[in-house]
Design a binder for this molecule. Structure first.
Ligand SMILES: Cc1cc2nc3c(=O)[nH]c(=O)nc-3n(C[C@H](O)[C@H](O)[C@H](O)COP(=O)(O)OP(=O)(O)OC[C@H]3O[C@@H](n4cnc5c(N)ncnc54)[C@H](O)[C@@H]3O)c2cc1C
Ligand code: SF4
Ligand code: SF4
Length: 405
């Protein structure tokens, strides 16, 4: 049996930002109002589209005997399950099929079990996704824009409240929305959608109100000796009360909160990665303040003045949430990062990761996952556990979630 490794896009995670279609050198990617899809007869596995994709939805692969057609993919609401090719997918036969494809990658995909569908927590509410897209966005109105970080700090992080008036925009804790910055990019194309995590619970920033909040950091960087402002973040951070904003989404079908009150949530973040955890914590505080499941937050920042929601977080009782606020730039204090604090609390974390009721969430800047993973490795080593096995078991039961950007 001839096996083909087909490149697919996960419609549940894709934010329809068009980056991949613009990137693909052989025009293998196309879209309609519903989905972005890859033409199996054109894709030559060059991988150019993988790293620019902001959500990772493009990095999906299936071993198939007959490729899924464009028509089939355009109609999908979720990726099809992996097909078990049994004995025929042996190492040898796959290597023969590899041709110009990277054989080691094919074997990893075929045998690791890691490539399967990322699952949401079993008790999570079913999310709505992709109700609004770039061709049909929702017009929201800014109801507030407040600076969260100290005014003398270099880091400008803002709490933005968007109101949807009489339009429906249902979100769950852990989901993101897209914002379309007005204007064109440097190549004269309409600006791409930027993604922001929802920072308020499903019943709104204000309970019962048809609104939500975001936690947005103003991005500024150096290019060719000049200071350049990030397009989307500066647009959002400069919004004034009453301004209209084009919104797409909601997006995200896996990084979701379990509804079960027994669930322990281990939340690990830096900076704006705190947004989904504010949403989850606030949901618990409003609706199940005495839940049996524990809330444990590891939150890293340079200083308290740069840690979004520092004041409100400190008002939450230690019985309700175990807050581990970790600072790396305090005067006369050695630098400490979230992974250092985690290792120093090895006993507590080992007990939690051994429990089938524990869910781990990591959110923040790309790169933070490595240090956190190393901390989990060290903790497992100390307690006769295997981190790769533990992590795989957690992933397969929808209990390990990472969102870095
Ligand atoms: C799932 C998801 C959730 C997210 N949630 C949040 C959130 O809650 N809050 C939040 O603030 N952000 C969030 N983001 C990030 C957000 O979508 C944007 O990427 C971010 O705001 C920067 O966009 P921008 O338009 O301001 O910057 P852009 O103009 O798009 O620049 C993007 C980045 O690329 C770098 N860069 C671009 N061009 C150059 C260049 N020529 N030279 C050097 N560097 C360059 C810059 O360092 C900059 O950081 C999320 C992203 C994802 C994928
Ligand atoms: S892997 Fe290369 S050819 Fe295939 S869709 Fe991505 S950019 Fe196009
Ligand atoms: S999210 Fe990824 S797969 Fe979806 S359109 Fe954007 S780049 Fe393509």
């Amino acid at each position: 049996m001839s096996l083909l490794r087909q490149h697919l896009i996960d419609p549940e995670i894709c934010i329809r930002c068009n980056t991949c279609e613009e990137t693909c050198p052989v025009d293998a990617i196309t879209h309609d109002d519903n989905n972005y899809v890859v033409d199996v007869s054109k894709c030559d596995y060059c991988m150019d589209c993988i790293s620019p994709c902001p959500t990772g939805s493009i990095d999906n692969w299936r071993m198939v005997t007959v490729g899924y057609s464009l028509e089939a993919q355009l109609a999908w609401t979720e990726l099809p399950a992996e097909i078990d090719h049994g004995e025929t997918a042996s190492t040898e036969s796959l290597q023969e099929e590899a041709n110009e494809q990277d054989a080691s990658e094919i074997l990893k995909v075929a045998h690791s079990g890691e490539s399967g569908k990322v699952l949401p927590p079993a008790s999570a509410e079913r999310p709505y996704i992709n109700i609004y897209n770039r061709d049909k966005p929702l017009v929201a109105r800014v109801a507030g824009n407040f600076r969260l970080t100290d005014t003398d700090s270099e880091s400008d992080i803002r709490h933005i409240i968007l109101d949807f008036g009489d339009r429906t925009f249902p979100v769950l804790e852990g989901q993101s929305i897209g914002i379309i910055p007005p204007g064109m990019d440097e190549k004269g194309r309409p600006n791409l959608v930027r993604l922001y995590s929802v920072a308020s619970p499903r019943d709104g920033e204000r309970p019962g109100a048809n609104n939500l909040s975001l936690t947005v950091k103003r991005v500024v960087f150096e290019k060719d000796g000049k200071t350049v402002k990030g397009v989307g973040s500066n647009y959002v951070c400069d919004l004034k009360k009453g301004d209209e904003v084009l919104v797409t989404g909601p997006f995200g079908a896996t990084f979701l909160m379990p509804n079960s009150p027994k669930a322990n949530l281990v939340m690990i973040c830096t900076g704006t990665g705190s947004a989904p955890f504010r949403a989850m914590t606030e949901y618990r505080r409003r609706h199940m303040p005495s839940a049996e499941g524990k809330l444990l937050l590891y939150f890293g920042a340079r200083t308290p003045g740069e840690l979004p929601y520092f004041g409100p977080l400190n008002k939450l009782s230690d019985q309700f949430i175990d807050k581990q606020l970790v600072f790396s730039r305090l005067p006369d204090v050695p630098k400490e990062y979230v992974q250092d604090r985690m290792v120093s609390q090895s006993e507590k974390l080992a007990t939690l990761i051994n429990s089938p009721d524990t869910y781990i969430y990591i959110c923040g800047l790309k790169g933070m996952e490595k240090g956190v993973e190393e901390a989990f490795e060290a903790i497992c080593l100390d307690h006769n556990l295997s981190w790769p096995e533990t992590k795989l078991a957690m992933k397969q039961s929808g209990r390990y979630h990472v969102e870095t950007y």
